[in-house]
Design a protein around this ligand. Sequence first.
Ligand SMILES: NC(=O)c1ccc[n+]([C@@H]2O[C@H](COP(=O)([O-])OP(=O)(O)OC[C@H]3O[C@@H](n4cnc5c(N)ncnc54)[C@H](OP(=O)(O)O)[C@@H]3O)[C@@H](O)[C@H]2O)c1
Length: 345
Amino acid sequence: MTTTQETEQQKATLQWGIVGTGPISDNVVADLSTISGAVIRGVHSRDAAKASAFAEKVGGAFSTDNYEELLADGRIDVVYIATPFATHYPLTRQALLAGKHVLVEKPMAMTAAEVAELFQLAGQRNLFLMEGMWMKFNPAFVRLREEIAAGRIGEPRSVRAMFGMPFPQDDGSRWDVKRSGSTLLDQGIYPVTLAHSILGEPESIYAAGTVRSDGLDLAEHFTLEYSGGRFAHGAASTQEFADTSGSVSGTKGWIVLPGPFWATTNLRIHADNWQTIVHNPEPVELACEGNGYVPMLRAVSEAIRIGLTEHPLHTAADTIAVFRTLDRIRSAVETGEVNRGKDEE
Ligand SMILES: NC(=O)c1ccc[n+]([C@@H]2O[C@H](COP(=O)([O-])OP(=O)(O)OC[C@H]3O[C@@H](n4cnc5c(N)ncnc54)[C@H](OP(=O)(O)O)[C@@H]3O)[C@@H](O)[C@H]2O)c1
């Protein structure tokens, strides 16, 4: 192999460190292993045996229970952080300070201020940083935006999306404010991101919900209001089902994202003529690659290779704006009288 070929190959290869060995890491790493040029070099778990078992499954990766050791490994270019989200801000900050590019699971952090600080740090160090908002990279979501940009449904006027599931009460991080603990940040981030992608940041917000006495928001519903009467309706809940489909409506028709809207592989386009609008929407079927994370992982790999510090499909400004809305919804839900403490056992 010539020196030029070596350089090309090295440039084409990105070495990944995996942080956290839960089910989401399993799914994402399975997809990562199908991406050209992605090498999983190291695995971190707080438990050495779990790190070692995960690394063995991946093959060719070293394992450690020491996060500093993972970050100190000069071969690792980028870390994927898939831990409970109250830990995202410190773990991401530490990785950026160690000179690593970062893909961190949603939600990137707990507040807009934390997210802004992380992007500032990444920018200063010329490092790539992105929240793992895979929904925006899914082919159906990309197609939705293309159809809207082409004027298929006219001017977009409203968005509707909910994510409600009565998850079992167990000792998982979703029920623990110290580790994660926010239905809005865990689930509500999807409807809010969908609304932002279509209508942008809202001018005013109405929100109410159910908050446990330790501050964990268990459920919320919200209306995001925009100029000219445009709006988004959204909800999230761990207490009951809320139809997980979504839709975007406009002056000439509407597009449905069948549930779960954040991972859908098809669309139904109600547009063009009365028959199609009202009775027979055009079905659009799109492929799902792997577990669904392949498009995002491919996009992140390409962005890092060409030296971007943020991805154009999910920029720093997009992410911070979504968190500003999440902050406002949480504050309205937490301070509102509506349902506060209602479900206390
Ligand atoms: N994109 C998606 O489709 C998707 C789906 C589900 C979840 N998520 C996101 O992925 C993240 C993880 O969610 P999850 O439900 O997988 O969480 P989880 O099961 O509670 O934790 C994931 C892993 O993080 C590590 N961990 C646990 N507690 C920790 C702590 N206090 N400090 C550091 N590491 C800790 C553990 O791995 P070790 O024992 O190996 O350290 C655990 O297996 C969340 O941000 C969630 O919103 C995304």
